[in-house]
Design a protein around this ligand. Structure first.
Ligand SMILES: Cc1cc2nc3c(=O)[nH]c(=O)nc-3n(C[C@H](O)[C@H](O)[C@H](O)COP(=O)(O)OP(=O)(O)OC[C@H]3O[C@@H](n4cnc5c(N)ncnc54)[C@H](O)[C@@H]3O)c2cc1C
Length: 418
């Protein structure tokens, strides 16, 4: 197969690698170019909860909280005051998405996506090479634990909605929770159990997935930053890197996470997103929780991994930056130790920050780049990129090959911005 027939994927995060796998399975020659070495981005530093049925952050409750978020640096969702036209525009879109009817439409689309994606994860759990891929995925379910009565009411409402949408969810009290896992403090009064969630160690998952696609015949090249796409209305020729190296290809997929918008704009195409900065701490604990959980009041996720316990969360709209803000990191310890024994003094092994690519309407962007032949976008997964990886790859594979689609992709198209 000549170079002009291959697909070039820009970005080797979870979306890029799963897309590479899907296209390779369709017999395409695939080259993945990644600016880094695959470490340190959202796909490796996230909380590791594959959560079908997860609710979007743009919800009717956030609408009234917008002002509080603007000024409270201790809020799990924080927007430091700054003047930025694109962010103001994004916030207006976010506010629109919080309107009850828009919210309901978004939930419907996300639920449809996550049901298909869950099947994809089930299939990936059967993969036998490398062994680390299946081993990095644990179908154990997750918990949302809470300490306040108002959270119990919210959890009860959420359980009803999840049942209506066909997802499993069980509300249990604090005593039952401690019978299942005694790492939880007495202050925790209950939990919403999500039996269908899959727990993963993101760094291991990403590295095993990279090995898996390479074994399948995909070429992955690290430390290669793409600067532009070589395509016009009728033909796609490939990409050019920052070092002026040209890679020929007949199709290009842009899956560079939060950096996708900058690249698309060089071609006068908009994929407006905000980097929703999150943090994690790896800590050592002698008595980590066996079950992965999210502490509902603080929105801190706790996932015990081989190399320590990951406390992950917070969402800050402060632009693309990798500053580790002490106050935000402290919130992770405070939020987690309110629910789990022994974390307040736990030795810190690693501090990390990374960016979720968030669209204002809470939906990913999956579709063709307008006005450019054979050029595609897959990004904007916000808090759900791991969860929605397999369905994104599947839909893109179907689109690129003119196959019948597993679902309607119009709500995810780039046309909504251009
Ligand atoms: C704290 C935190 C917790 C999270 N928890 C969860 C969770 O529990 N479950 C879940 O489903 N999701 C979670 N997420 C969200 C999830 O991590 C993201 O949605 C997902 O990783 C996005 O994947 P991606 O491949 O689109 O982007 P990225 O992971 O950002 O990967 C993009 C890749 O593109 C490369 N790149 C960028 N620019 C260029 C260029 N010009 N040329 C070549 N390569 C380039 C980068 O090097 C990078 O490797 C969390 C995120 C955070 C920050």
């Amino acid at each position: 197969m000549s170079d002009s027939e291959r697909v070039i994927i820009i970005g080797g995060g979870i979306i890029g690698l799963l897309t590479a796998r899907e296209l390779r399975r369709r017999g395409r020659s695939v080259l993945v170019l990644d600016a880094g070495s695959g470490e340190g981005t959202a796909s490796s530093g996230n909380a590791g909860i594959i959560a079908p049925g997860h609710f979007p952050i743009a919800n009717p409750r956030q609408r009234s909280r917008a002002l509080k978020l603007l000024f409270d640096p201790d809020s799990p969702l924080y927007i430091p005051p700054r003047f930025d036209v694109s962010m103001l525009r994004w916030l207006l879109g976010f506010r629109r998405a919080c309107a009850p009817r828009n919210y309901r439409n978004t939930v419907e689309v996300l639920n449809h996506l996550s049901r298909i994606s869950a099947e994809g994860w089930q299939e990936l759990m059967q993969v036998d090479s490398p062994p680390g891929l299946a081993a990095s995925l644990r179908p154990e379910g997750s918990l949302e634990v809470f300490c306040e009565e108002s959270s119990r009411d919210d959890a009860r409402r959420d359980a009803t909605l999840l049942h209506e949408d066909g997802f499993e969810a069980e509300l249990i009290d604090g005593d039952e929770l401690r019978r299942r896992d005694d790492a939880f403090r007495d202050d925790v009064i209950g939990a919403l159990v999500h039996p269908g969630h899959i727990i993963t160690e993101p760094d291991r998952l990403l590295s095993a997935l990279r090995t898996h696609v390479i074994e399948a015949g995909v070429t992955v090249r690290s430390n290669t930053t793409v600067q532009g796409i070589l395509a016009d209305r009728t033909t796609c020729h490939g990409v050019v890197t920052e070092d002026d190296e040209v890679f020929e290809g007949g199709s290009v997929v842009l899956s560079a996470g939060i950096w996708s918008d900058g690249l698309a704009r060089r071609h006068r195409i908009r994929v407006p997103m905000q980097p929703a900065k999150g943090y994690h701490l790896m800590v050592h604990s002698d008595h980590p929780p066996r079950l992965a959980c999210v502490c509902r009041e603080s929105m801190v996720a706790v996932n015990a991994m081989k190399d320590g316990v990951r406390l992950a969360g917070t969402l800050e709209l402060s632009g693309i930056n990798h500053r580790l803000v002490r106050r935000r990191l402290d919130l992770l310890i405070q939020g987690a130790s309110r629910c789990i024994e022994g974390l307040d003094e736990a030795p810190i092994l690693q501090r990390w920050t990374g960016m979720r690519p968030c669209t204002a309407d809470g939906l990913p962007v999956i579709g063709a780049m307008p006005g450019m032949a054979d050029t595609w976008v897959a990004t904007g997964h916000g808090m759900m990129g791991i969860t929605l990886g397999p369905v994104t790859a599947l839909l893109l594979g179907q689109m690129m090959h003119g196959e019948p689609m597993a679902m309607d992709t119009v709500p995810m198209s780039t046309d909504r911005f251009n």
